[in-house]
Design a protein around this ligand. Structure first.
Ligand SMILES: [Zn+2]
Length: 137
């Protein structure tokens, strides 16, 4: 399942070259060409799924197994203090390429990445109760 004009599908098909650091039957992992930090890696399913809501559970679990293994590899082989695992869905959340993908972003204690102050406000009991009633199973 590939989609025409999808850059990640083309990378999976080798129509576009990439620096692949891992591959198996279901997944491909490659270095981001516009990295947030050295070693910034993207893991994708080889099949095209636009976001988290439509990727089958089995392939999702395969992708995250690779994310875990590569996170460990990156942490061991590059001098870093930690890493972010980031996965954006829909434009509002910053998704640019509409092929499900997971970022592994190496971090250091003093790198100042993502240090923007995101405002958070303590929710009232009423607000929490209202959203709890909507979301609970
Ligand atoms: Zn695709």
């Amino acid at each position: 399942m590939k989609q025409k004009d999808c850059i990640f599908c083309k990378m999976a098909d080798r129509e576009i070259p990439s620096r692949i650091i891992f591959e198996n039957d279901f997944t491909l992992a490659f270095l981001d060409i516009s990295p947030i930090s050295k070693g910034h890696t993207i893991v994708i399913p080889k099949n095209h799924y636009s976001n988290l809501e439509v990727i089958p559970d089995y392939e999702l679990s395969e992708v995250y197994k690779v994310v875990k293994n590569l996170a460990i590899r990156i942490h061991k082989k590059i001098k870093i203090d930690g890493y972010n695992v980031l996965q954006n869905n829909f434009v509002a959340a910053g998704q640019v390429i509409k092929h499900f993908h997971v970022h592994v972003i190496p971090r250091n204690n003093d790198d100042e990445k993502f240090r923007i102050k995101i405002p958070r406000v303590q929710a009232s009991e009423e607000e929490l109760e209202e959203i709890f009633e909507i979301l609970k199973a």
